[in-house]
Design a protein around this ligand. Structure first.
Ligand SMILES: [Cu+2]
Length: 143
């Protein structure tokens, strides 16, 4: 009787431990889903694929940041001027800005250097023919 009860307690503990592990895995998967290496966004007919070369991005290092712009027909958007502002919502650690250079038609590249770990907000502004389009994505940075 007594040993049987112990067994039940042990298996309950095992089930709870397994549930806790699953909860942790789910939480990590959720965080990864919220900030994947590649994010695609369409704003006013313009499509931007925003990609990090290293992911999560490494703090105090150059991390390749690539934006591929296409129009409604899937054709590259060329000769646009792109700049990026990095900020941390709800923190006062300061913004960092950098430009992107067009390395092939519709493909714009630059480097981001996050100064601290956490989730950064990258705001990409694309200027073309006097109008601008803004895209945003979250970027996870770690040591
Ligand atoms: Cu910060």
């Amino acid at each position: 009787m007594n040993s049987r009860k112990k067994l039940t307690t042990a298996s309950t503990t095992a089930v709870l431990a397994a549930a806790a592990v699953i909860a942790v895995i789910r939480a990590q998967a959720g965080a990864a889903e919220a900030t994947p290496p590649v994010v695609t966004q369409t704003v006013e007919g313009m499509n931007a694929q925003i990609k990090l070369g290293t992911y999560p991005a490494k703090i105090l290092q150059n991390n390749a940041f690539t934006v591929t712009l296409t129009d409604q027909d899937g054709l590259p958007v060329v000769d646009s001027k792109l700049d990026v502002v990095l900020s941390m919502p709800s923190m006062l650690c300061g913004d960092a800005a950098f430009d992107l250079k067009e390395v092939s038609p519709g493909v714009y590249e630059g480097e981001m250097i996050p100064i601290m770990t956490g989730i950064w907000e990258a705001t990409v502004t694309a200027e073309l023919d006097g109008s601008s389009t803004t895209f945003t994505r979250k970027v996870k940075a770690e040591r």
